[in-house]
Structure formats: structure tokens, C-alpha cells
Design a binder for this molecule. Sequence first.
Ligand SMILES: Nc1nc2c(ncn2[C@@H]2O[C@H](COP(=O)(O)OP(=O)(O)OP(=O)(O)O)[C@@H](O)[C@H]2O)c(=O)[nH]1
Ligand SMILES: [Mg+2]
Length: 294
Amino acid sequence: MNQKGVVSEVFPRFCNVILDTESDKSDPKKLLCTYRRAQILVRDPEWLERSPVAPGDIVQVQVLGSKDGVIEELLPRRNAIQRKAPGKEGKVLHTIATNIDFVVVVTSLHDPDFSPGLVDRFLIAAQKAQIIPLIVINKTDLKKTAEDRPWKLYEDLGFQCFPISTHKNEGIGRLEAVLSGKTAVFCGHSGVGKTSLLRTLFGEVFGKIGDVNKVTRKGKHTTTVSTLLQAKNRTRFIDTPGIKEFGLFKIDPKELIEFFPEIHELQLKREPFQGLPRYDSYMRIKAALEDEGR
Ligand SMILES: Nc1nc2c(ncn2[C@@H]2O[C@H](COP(=O)(O)OP(=O)(O)OP(=O)(O)O)[C@@H](O)[C@H]2O)c(=O)[nH]1
Ligand SMILES: [Mg+2]
């Protein structure tokens, strides 16, 4: 029997699939499926994918009993958020999630400190994939002064920002309203509170939460496998492991400036732009892309 479903977790040789017949349930049954690698579409002859499927992929499954199945076919993706696969030589990419409405870039105000470098990279990748990015700034309970608002820059650029405190349950309602009925992937550095926030949004305990290192104030990579959660009203959340770096690919360094409109504007007017807050970030990403092309 063949049935359609959505990939919820991806392991090296298997993945979990939630069948469409379970799509309204908040605790859906999952089928553990093997891949028939040869039958998975090759999407890009130039770039190899690290895994045959990604969370959010719609697949056709041959059901083998109540718990097992085989992936027969991968249906075309509406979109995908992807990065260069870290630690791999050559053109290998990591598909973080597919068929999504929002990329939620989760940061924390402190512990670890707000990191604009990663935010910029996620914003570029999301915009390139035509997916709406949202920026969450968690741990606002650790605010030091009233001016401690490093995300203001992104608000001024027109991005939707959500300063929240998961611990104090502040600011989460506004985010919840935007995400209702949609599929959103939650990404960011380790330790910013992705799983903590998702437990609140999902309303149930799942996964593990880990302390940040007391000295480095960084996370300890507590979540190790992405998980697609099926919440009320067909809302779907994807929790992901914290990432250290986000390698952009297939962007012409000359086009990069379009993702930095405030720098672009001054450049066109032939005015100095070296003092702008995102100038360093722009130069670093440009250098990385130029390296890539060599
Ligand atoms: N002060 C403060 N700490 C928080 C808040 N939200 C989460 N934390 C803490 O931050 C730490 C990391 O939380 P996690 O939810 O495991 O972070 P994560 O982003 O899922 O981390 P990885 O799975 O490693 O990527 C834990 O000690 C949480 O208790 C918050 O709003 N305020
Ligand atoms: Mg986590």
C-alpha cells in the first residue's frame, strides 16, 4: 500500500514519516522508513545533498506494517532552506528544512550574546529561497540596560523582530499568532533556547534542554536531530540542532550587496558606507563567497 506523508526526522539510514492520515493529530504515529537511494530524485547535478530527504519533505511511502515503510518517491519541494554542509569537501549541501512558510532565526540577547553574523547569513539564505525570515531574540530577561537592543538595526531594515523571554513567558503570544496554521523552522546557534521556546509554543515537553557553558556562555549542542512537531490548527514547527556556521552557496559575490540595501544605497550615491553596522559582516561574507568561487 502506498501513502503520502511528511518527513519528520532524518537519520543516516532511515527517516520518520508522519502519514497524511495522521496529519491532524498532535501525537501522530510515525513510520520508520528506509531509503531507496536510487529512487530519490537528483535535484542538482552540481551539488550533492548530504541526506536523501529533509524534514518537511513530502514523500510517497510503501507502508510495510504498522511501524515500517520504504520511501518510494520524493515529491517536488515548494522551497528549501539550505547551507553548505559543514566539514565536507566539495559541493555538498545540507538541506535544513523544506516546504516551509517561515525561517525563524532564533538568537538570544545574552548567553550566548546576540550574533549578527549568523543572522545576516540566515536572512540572505531565506530571502534567496523566497521564504519569510522572522528574527526571535530570546532571553530578554537578561537585558542589561534599556539601550540593550542589538536587534534594533534589523527592525529598522524592516525585518519582523520578536524580543521574547521564554522563561518569563513574555512576547510569545505575538509570535504564536503569526505562526498559527503555518510551517516554521527554528534555527540558530546552540543554547539560544530553540527547544525551550518550542516546548512553550507546542505546549508539551519534548526533546532535551541543555545549560550553556558557564565560561564560554555557549550552548552544548543538546538537540542532535531535527524534529517536525505537529501542533494545533495544522501548525508545524521544526526544531533543529544549533549550528556553528552557515556557509552560503550559489550567490554571486557581486549580487551580495542587494541583500544589504542600506550599504547599496550609499554605494549608489557614492557616499562612504564603511561605518555602517553591517559593513564588516558584508565584507566577511563577500570574502567567503569569493573564496568559494576560486
Ligand atoms: N535566561 C533565560 N534562559 C533561557 C531562556 N530560554 C531558554 N533558556 C535557557 O537556555 C539554555 C539553552 O536552552 P535550549 O532550549 O536547550 O537551547 P537550544 O537553542 O535548543 O540549544 P541546542 O539544542 O544546543 O541548539 C537552557 O539552560 C535554558 O533553560 C530565557 O528566556 N531566559
Ligand atoms: Mg535544542
